[in-house]
Each structure stands twice: as structure tokens, then as C-alpha cells.
Write a new protein. Sequence first.
Length: 192
Amino acid sequence: MKKIALMAVTALLLGFVPAAFAQNHGEVGVFADYFKLEASDTNNLGLGGRAAFNIHPNVQLEGELAYDFSRGFTTTVTPTSGGTAILRSDVRILHGLFGPKLQTGGQAIRAFVTLKGGFVNFKVSNNAATIGNFTQQLSLSSGTTNGALYPGAGVEFYAGPFGLRFDIGDEIYFNDGAHNNLRISAGPHIRF
């Protein structure tokens, strides 16, 4: 009798576990970020995080924050020697975006499009990339903050609650006109 009761409880729990993992109320994740800043023709790399909550099975409201570290770039110096030098740009970029994400209903593979609005903050600093200096970047009172619009698309691959997300888009910021910039991100996500 104990074996039958144990088997019944196990079967009941196994029946509930997939249902618990199949919940799809939202997502959280981290990502690596590539941002091609067209104004200076620099390739910027950074890290970010995002959270999304479903308002419909095919519609999420999503917010994200990303930080791009200062990058080195190569330039040709010709005044006397005509050599090449690698210089640090010392420009750090903070992205904050929020908006709807429309997605297909697939469970394991989902395609999506998004349109987010927010800001891009450019700050020049020669400080090292530490946590203390990162928290200073979060202050939008210094540097140059511009409005931004991000139309993008991508795909998500899920195995249960764990997944990978890839997206690409045009992050447009507005400073004396619109400036188009390629943005690519990829990283792990968790559905809840």
C-alpha cells in the first residue's frame, strides 16, 4: 500500500512539474551587447540585463539597461613619423530602453519584433572599469543624454524555462537629427 501511495504522489508531482515550468508570465536575462557607433565609427562592447512581463501570450512589456565599456581604436598618426597608434576612446555608453515585444506563440523557438524608446547616455571618463565607476555612469546628470528609439527583431530558443536569445536592430538616437547605429545582443534567458 505504501508503494502505491508513493507512486501516486510521484506521478502527481511529475504531472505538476512540467505545468510549473510551462508557465510563461515573463522573462529575465543578461546579454552581451555590440553597438556600432556610426558617428565615430567605433565598435563598442558591453553587458546588460532585461526583464519582460507578459500582458498577452504574444505581447510582452520589456525593459533593459546596458553598459558599453570604453574601447580602443586604431588611428594613423602622420605629423612626423607616419605610424599607427592604438588609442582609448574613453567614451562609455549607457542604454536604457522600454517598450512592447511582439512574439510568436512557439514554445521552444520564438521569433519576435520590438519597438522600444528610452535614452542613450554618452560619458567620457578615463577611470578604470570598476563597480564604483560603473555606478557613476548610472547618473544621467553628467555626460550627454539623448532620446533613443530601437526597432529590432530576433529569435529565442528554449528548453523548458532556460533559453538563449539573439536580437539585432537599429538603435537610433537623436542629437541634431537622427543617428542610426547597429546593435546586436545575445545571452541567456529564464522564463517564469
